[in-house]
Design a protein around this ligand. Structure first.
Ligand SMILES: NC(=O)c1ccc[n+]([C@@H]2O[C@H](COP(=O)([O-])OP(=O)(O)OC[C@H]3O[C@@H](n4cnc5c(N)ncnc54)[C@H](OP(=O)(O)O)[C@@H]3O)[C@@H](O)[C@H]2O)c1
Length: 284
């Protein structure tokens, strides 16, 4: 069985392979500027989000950190994730980049820190990940993950360091549903996190008949149907919106469940084609 609906309370957090407990839904901040992040992340936290995804490359860690501080929530109640950019691969650079991220975020630890891309041409992702594992031992990060890794990159990390990263954040939406990679991750206890979950970069996912039929059946919005599809596939999902009403809408996904047939119809939208860069291409 490919979906986990009915077996798991999807509003409950997921336990990663290192024992760290992570919310299944969060607020994504790509293309949200520093000032905007200060507002929208605070809104998201007020509305009940407890996971926030940022990255060194997004240029908004200061705003995200301010929003967390202004939220009035205890630091331990917010699951803060960031990512190391590609020009900071290498053992020493990685450590310095992590310290800079922590400084901008105004926190003494990250809940999850990821390598943003494997950057295979540099050939440094294993030693970079080693630096993350050491930072974990020191308490600077609670969990060490990756993003945009292909199985060959994950295998290499495992072969040399003897661990599987806790999370692999990858492009994933109904047009590129990554069924094979999800299954591969599941066999190894790696949690799949979906980026670009609403598939908005090309096409019109939210108007696809398979989505619209579920919208009608459940009296939910198209974004809610798609976000629910991710959750029922066992993925952590981090939709981004700059609008408070959509930020609220995207979290209201725990009062309905898609049927196996509805899941299968949405699965059938897969094109097998990425909307973003191929991590194996060496472009990043
Ligand atoms: N690791 C990586 O390489 C990588 C790459 C890309 C993204 N990410 C992460 O994943 C997060 C999500 O991906 P993403 O931001 O690219 O795309 P996304 O969350 O799939 O889609 C965002 C787009 O959908 C719109 N939208 C949001 N909620 C909506 C709703 N309820 N109804 C209709 N439209 C809605 C937003 O518009 P408005 O803002 O105007 O509402 C925005 O244009 C990012 O923010 C980032 O944290 C990671």
């Amino acid at each position: 069985m490919d979906t986990i609906a009915g077996m798991t309370d999807l509003s409950a957090p997921i336990t990663l392979n290192d024992g760290v407990v992570m919310p299944r839904i969060g607020y994504g901040t790509y293309k949200v500027g520093d000032d905007e992040a200060r507002r929208t992340v605070e809104t998201a936290l007020e509305l009940g989000y407890r996971l926030v995804d940022t990255a060194e490359m997004y240029g908004n860690e200061t705003g995200v950190g301010r929003a967390v501080a202004n939220s009035g929530l205890a630091r331990g109640d917010v699951f803060l994730t960031s990512k190391l950019w590609n020009d900071h691969h290498g053992y020493h650079k990685a450590r310095a980049a992590l310290e800079s991220s922590l400084e901008r975020l105004g926190t003494d630890h990250l809940d999850l820190f990821m390598l943003h891309w494997p950057s295979p041409k540099q050939g440094l992702y294993v030693e970079t990940f080693q630096a993350l594992l050491e930072a974990k031992e020191e308490g600077l990060i609670r969990s060490a993950g990756v993003s945009n890794f292909l199985p060959e990159h994950l295998e290499q990390v495992h072969a040399e360091l003897g661990v599987w990263p806790s999370v692999n954040q990858v492009e994933l939406h109904p047009y590129f549903n990554q069924a094979e990679l999800r299954a591969w991750h599941a066999e190894r206890g790696i949690t799949t996190e979906s980026w670009g979950p609403l598939g908005q970069r090309t096409g019109s996912l939210l108007h696809e008949p398979a989505v619209v039929e579920a919208v009608t059946a459940h009296e939910k919005t198209a974004a809610q149907v798609v976000i629910r599809w991710h959750l029922q596939h066992g993925c952590v999902v981090i939709p981004k919106s700059s609008h408070a009403e959509r930020i609220a809408e995207n979290l209201a996904v725990f009062d309905f469940a898609l049927t196996d047939e509805e899941m299968a119809r949405i699965d059938a939208l897969d094109t097998g084609e990425r909307q973003g860069i191929d991590p194996g291409s060496g472009e990043r």
